[in-house]
Design a protein around this ligand. Structure first.
Ligand SMILES: NC(=O)c1ccc[n+]([C@@H]2O[C@H](COP(=O)([O-])OP(=O)(O)OC[C@H]3O[C@@H](n4cnc5c(N)ncnc54)[C@H](OP(=O)(O)O)[C@@H]3O)[C@@H](O)[C@H]2O)c1
Length: 259
């Protein structure tokens, strides 16, 4: 699809991939609206990137999605692209006690959030001649990831949902795209830097991932696999148990003790 003169809503646009998407898509001549929970971070982005529009909104809250829809469709009726990017990733030992609300946080942000966003915005997107929904999953959607078990489940779920959504929307003008992002040097990964078996060298720069995503969108790709995600795709099919055994090494010495 053409990536100019679109109106694009990006959840989680104050850092990492979301911010890269915002600045690159504005540079290409699109109107861009970003969300995030933190008002100060939104203001900082607005100062650095005056063309961006910012709205404070938490994608894990249904009531925030309803009011986001009201504001966006009133102020930006031309909205035709939704990028479900907001996400959180924790390393988490299941041996420890966890509050039953908090344990599912990544499911609420990374999976239920995009499902609700799509449900809320779909009737509006259907009115557009050319529209798209881009869901940001992960290489970790292709395999279990023991050090972040809830995150892995949220991204596998989002991948499954995205494939089903594409089938259901096949007779509409809405394209459904999955960005299967590999590990990247964004704040999301800061907590993993010293973890056993974690290699910061394997991380791809977020701007390169977003460049690949933009190229994929322009070339009408349904699934985009930048950098190592291509290899993970092949390996997770050919040798799923090997992939799990490699992932299981991360954090093994510190996190999985029966305590
Ligand atoms: N970095 C990686 O290695 C990697 C790899 C594969 C896939 N991904 C995926 O790529 C996406 C972006 O990740 P990133 O690395 O760019 O993360 P990041 O640098 O931590 O940025 C996350 C963004 O999401 C926002 N956010 C988090 N929770 C939110 C919520 N409940 N409602 C609205 N906004 C929320 C954050 O702002 P506030 O905190 O202010 O809300 C921030 O703007 C995520 O879906 C992530 O799972 C990342």
């Amino acid at each position: 699809m053409k990536l100019e003169n679109n109106t694009i809503l990006i959840t989680g646009g104050t850092g990492g991939f979301g911010l890269e998407f915002a600045s690159k898509l504005i540079a290409l001549g699109n109107t861009v609206i970003i969300t995030g929970r933190n008002a100060e971070k939104l203001q900082e982005v607005k100062t650095k990137l005056p063309a961006v529009h910012t709205i404070q909104s938490d994608v894990s809250k249904a009531e925030d999605i309803i009011s986001l829809y009201d504001v966006v469709t009133r102020q930006f009726p031309e909205l035709n692209i939704l990028i479900n990017n907001a996400g959180e990733m924790r390393k988490l030992s299941l041996h420890q006690n966890h509050d039953l609300q908090d344990i599912t946080r990544e499911i609420e942000i990374n999976l239920i959030g995009p499902i609700r966003m799509v449900q809320q915005f779909l009737p509006h997107l259907k009115t557009k001649k050319s529209a798209a929904i881009l869901n940001v999953t992960s290489g970790i959607a292709l395999m279990p990831f023991p050090i972040s078990p809830i995150y892995g489940a949220s991204k596998s779920g989002l991948r499954s949902y995205t494939k089903a959504l594409r089938v259901q929307l096949k007779n509409t003008d809405i394209k459904v795209i999955e960005l299967v992002a590999p590990g990247s040097s964004t704040p999301l990964n800061d907590k993993f830097k010293n973890e056993d078996g974690f290699s910061a060298n394997a991380l791809m720069a977020p701007d390169k991932i977003v460049d690949a995503a933009i190229k994929g969108l322009q070339n009408d790709k349904e699934e985009i696999y930048p950098g190592l995600a291509k290899l993970m795709r092949v390996m997770s099919r050919l040798a799923p148990e090997f992939m799990l055994s490699q992932a299981a090494k991360m954090g093994a010495s510190t996190m999985y003790k029966n305590q």
